[in-house]
Design a binder for this molecule. Structure first.
Ligand code: PRX
Length: 647
């Protein structure tokens, strides 16, 4: 494993500030006890589930583990929306802000727990009225509007698993996800605001539904007021349906293992995987980790900048926060609109105390200059977090110094769509942090670094990150594809989960995540499969063959580079580059457009015909080709050299 051996040794250590440690939800001594208890994960999670979750009826067994299939809190009944709403409105939190919302144009809304409860009940009744029953899938494709939170909570209230599709995905990507999940209802909006202009959403849904015959109803939130076509019999306005709906809707008493949601994520093949999460275990995991890792308090104003269309938004904008009775801020727009200080302006105006964002965003802000955060009073902040990709120590230090004013602990949280919740992260009142390390597994999470054979590797050598015991938020499967679930995650080693990341541990036992070791790229903290982009590119009529690799990028972490062989008689030039980018945007979405497209007469291949990706990665990392990009590059000589090297 020479590739992921790390020579980096970070010496800087930051102890939890004394005041922070003294007041923290989880103090050092208590954490030590919980870690001891966590040696038997079932004991630890049962304790947290009992203390932090409201159950309608208790479990008969904490864990039923028939690898790789786990059931948590077997036989227990609960409801996610009950935990996020009803239990809070029975007490003083009734009139506490649940959601603070800011639209990109600057309009705002404050929604209390009581109000959110009423709206969720109403929309649950709307869904019921449309014939949605327990177990039916509902697709949601919407910008960051409060109605998105209302719709997802309404689904959980009646036991209809939601499938939220990030608003940046194209019509074709949306169509595939609707079809794969078999959704009969789609919830959307006319449009949204992004980078200073309204953009259409409903139109994309119309295109997707034209080829998704299973969709019976589309509910449309009016956001921008832009003209939309409403298909009679299929399309309904949210506000009209809500007017007639009752605000009373008892929560369904759902089995702990009832499916909660499906969320699609990229893998190593061309087809995204529908990651399936279930009710009781997921809720326990996100509730307990949010409380401990973010040290949540009732007075906090918490802001996670992720879109709800990704797992971070599911777990740590909505479920983990509302379940704790916290106040969560949602922002509709882009970080640099109308100016490069929008985020800092939001923090100052709302008095944000906990801020959770991605390293890509931090690197972007570093480039924009310190003068923008310095214009604002950020003294309300008391804790910072990062997620989605490895953070380089220098970005960590900048975040600590410029945003945190040197006083806020930073929690670098490692986890995945599949893990449901945070797996490796500091507990801010108890764990010393080192810039660039996610530190230690959460109590009850068992992580290790293994080699190909499943043998533990010891410092300073790197290896594969592995999770060696089941945890409550773990994925329960891939929607409709049991075989792929077993093969992707559970076939590398016996009874051990394979996350697909390289990592190493230092002598203190701290984990340093090095990034993906499979053919999945992490672009701005978003997972994009190389195969997905390749299959979009080869769908272009003028393309014969394509290979996609990632190359390191200072801002986005990874940039997508495509090596393309045009069909004979077709010239590779700017027009074709434009066409290829448009094809990728159409098939997947703008987020997957290659940063660089290089034309080649032939792709370097081994004698057995396998594309030599390692060679292409090296070439891509070497920088853009000098001069005219329209000439065809010839990698065959290099490939031959490499082949003889490898022989
Ligand atoms: O490579 C790891 C990286 O993001 C991947 C998971 O992506 P996704 O399912 O989209 O979820 C992102 C948000 C949870 C992981 O396999 N990753 C996530 N967090 C970190 C990270 N890499 C390093 N450090 C992190 N804190």
């Amino acid at each position: 494993m020479p590739d992921i051996e790390s020579l980096l040794e970070e010496k800087r250590v930051f102890k939890p500030p004394r005041d922070f440690a003294r007041a923290a939800n989880w103090k050092r001594k208590q954490v030590a006890e919980l870690r001891r208890l966590g040696q038997k994960p079932e004991r630890l999670w049962a304790k947290l589930a009992r203390e932090q979750i409201a159950w309608f009826s208790p479990w008969k067994k904490v864990l039923d583990w028939k690898p790789p299939f786990a059931k948590w809190f077997v036989g227990a009944k609960t409801n996610v929306s009950y935990n996020c709403l009803d239990r809070h409105i029975q007490g003083w939190r009734r009139n506490k802000a649940a959601i603070l919302w800011e639209g990109e144009p600057g309009d705002t809304r404050t929604i209390t727990y009581a109000e959110l409860h009423r709206e969720v009940c109403r929309f649950a009744n709307v869904l019921k009225g449309l014939g949605v029953k327990r177990g039916d899938r509902v697709a949601i494709y919407m910008p960051m509007l409060p109605e998105l939170a209302i719709a997802m909570l309404a689904c959980t209230r009646i036991g209809a698993p939601h499938s939220i599709v990030f608003g940046g995905f194209s019509a074709e990507a949306l169509r595939d996800r609707i079809q794969d999940a078999g959704a009969r209802v789609v919830v959307t909006s006319d449009g949204g605001h992004r980078r200073g202009a309204p953009f259409p959403i409903k139109q994309t849904v119309d295109q997707a539904c034209a080829e998704a015959p299973g969709v019976e109803k589309v509910v449309v939130v009016r956001r921008t007021g832009q003209p939309v076509e409403m298909k009679p019999g299929r399309d309904l306005w949210w506000h009209e349906e809500m007017k007639q709906a009752s605000a009373k809707c008892p929560p369904a008493k759902l089995d702990s293992e009832h499916p909660l949601f499906i969320l699609y994520t990229s893998g190593t093949t061309g087809r995204p995987k529908g990651i399936l999460h279930s009710t009781g275990g997921y809720l326990t995991h996100v509730t307990a980790t949010a409380r401990a890792v973010f040290d949540l308090r009732d007075e906090d104003i918490y802001w996670c900048t992720a879109d709800i269309g990704w797992i971070t938004g599911h777990s740590y904008v909505i479920y983990g926060l509302l379940s704790n009775g916290a106040t969560t801020l949602m922002f509709e727009g882009a970080p640099t609109t109308p100016g490069p200080d929008r985020f800092w302006d939001i923090i100052e105006r709302w008095g944000v105390t906990i801020f959770y964002t991605a390293p890509t965003a931090i690197r972007t802000f570093i480039r924009l200059g310190d003068e923008h955060p310095k214009k604002h009073d950020l003294s309300s902040l008391r804790l910072l977090g990062t997620v989605g990709e490895p953070i380089n120590p220098e970005a960590w230090m900048w975040y600590h110094r410029v945003i945190g004013g040197g006083r806020c602990p930073i929690v670098d949280t490692w986890w995945q769509t599949e893990t449901g919740g945070i797996m490796i992260a500091p507990l801010p009142g108890a764990t010393d942090t080192k810039p660039g390390s996610a530190t230690l597994p959460f109590p009850g999470v068992h992580a290790a670094i293994l080699d190909e054979q499943g043998e533990p590797v010891s410092p300073p050598h790197g290896g594969f990150l592995a999770i060696t015991a089941p945890w409550p938020g773990m994925l329960r499967g891939i929607w409709g594809d049991r075989k792929r679930f077993v093969e992707t995650y559970w076939s590398k080693w016996r009874n051990t989960y394979f996350p697909g990341d390289g990592a190493h541990r230092d002598r203190r036992g701290y984990f340093w995540i090095m990034g993906r070791i499979d053919d999945v790229m992490n672009v701005s903290g978003h997972r994009i499969g190389t195969m997905e982009v390749e299959s979009a590119i080869v769908a272009h009529a003028d393309v014969a063959e394509a290979a996609v690799v990632g190359r390191p990028d200072e801002i986005t972490g990874t940039a997508i580079v495509a090596f393309v062989t045009p069909r004979s008689h077709v010239a590779g030039g700017e027009a074709l580059q434009r066409g290829i980018r448009a094809q990728v945007a159409k098939q997947i979405g703008a987020i997957a457009k290659p940063a660089e497209i290089r034309f080649t007469e032939a792709l370097p291949k081994t004698r057995s015909g396998k594309i030599m990706r390692r060679l292409l990665r090296d070439i891509a990392a070497g920088g853009a080709p000098a001069g005219d990009t329209s000439t065809l590059e010839d990698f065959s000589v290099l490939a031959k050299l490499r082949e003889s090297e490898e022989d």
